[in-house]
Design a protein around this ligand. Sequence first.
Ligand SMILES: [Zn+2]
Length: 200
Amino acid sequence: MGGGVGRKGLRFDEGEGWRYTWGASGKATMKVRIASLLESLEAEGVGFLRYPLQVVVDLEDERNPAVPMEGTFYFLREGKKFLISGTFQGSVQLECRRCLEVFPSLLEVHIEEEGLLEATLPPSEEEIWTEDGTWLLPLEGWLDLKELVRQHTLLALPMSPLCRPECPGLEREASPEAQGDPRWAILGEYRRRLEEGSSA
Ligand SMILES: [Zn+2]
């Protein structure tokens, strides 16, 4: 990592528009100055800025403390509106809801956010939201790209993951129908349908 490359090979270097900070927890953040982004956007002259990025995000569960995510941001300005989109990929560890096995899963994360550029707001590194849910971006503020990827990765995690669609689950191995008593088979089938119905 170390700066980003735009469509024409533009670079941000730390000190100008880039900042890597280390929080109290020792985890790096990756922030870019909003004004620098806008300047670069104008310099690109193509209406948008393309921004490939690799970040390592902490999903705050013991299985995924450091997930490498790779993708591209696109920045676009329309008057006061600032549009941020992107697609990122990474491999996360999930726990199967039936058999409780942990398995790797490729995750694709789509980002689409819209902020309002505000020249009059004081510089801020925190996100500012109005009561009606509008995201305000101070011109002299900083955008935390890594946090954006992290938040959207959390949102993209499946609610009830399965290691494979036909996973029989844990209890089946020990249950009576697995031991061959046909009277249990019909019950097992009923339970399977219930489970499938509830997961649809
Ligand atoms: Zn499973």
